[in-house]
Write a protein that binds this ligand. Structure first.
Ligand SMILES: [Zn+2]
Length: 81
């Protein structure tokens, strides 16, 4: 009788193991709250998009870590004549 209980237990363990193995696992590495990172073309630093300073320079959108970088980059793109 004890052996039968043991077999039942093993079957139960396997059942749960299989359920766990084939259960749709939560998507790892896909955090909807993950902040998108943008690259500062001036200092090549990555900045979280909400914190970045967005500037449109010659029709292209660029993200900067600071106003200083934005100005520096703009000066590089449009050299003072
Ligand atoms: Zn910068």
């Amino acid at each position: 009788m004890t052996r039968l209980a043991l077999i039942a237990l093993v079957i139960l363990i396997f059942y749960f193991l299989f359920r766990w193995a084939f259960a749709p696992s939560p998507k790892r590495g896909e955090n909807p709250d993950a902040t998108e990172m943008v690259k500062d073309p001036n200092c090549r630093m990555y900045v979280p998009k909400p914190e970045a300073i967005c500037k449109t320079i010659e029709g292209n959108e660029h993200f900067f870590c600071s106003e200083k970088c934005a100005d520096e980059y703009r000066n590089k793109q449009q050299p003072a004549s």
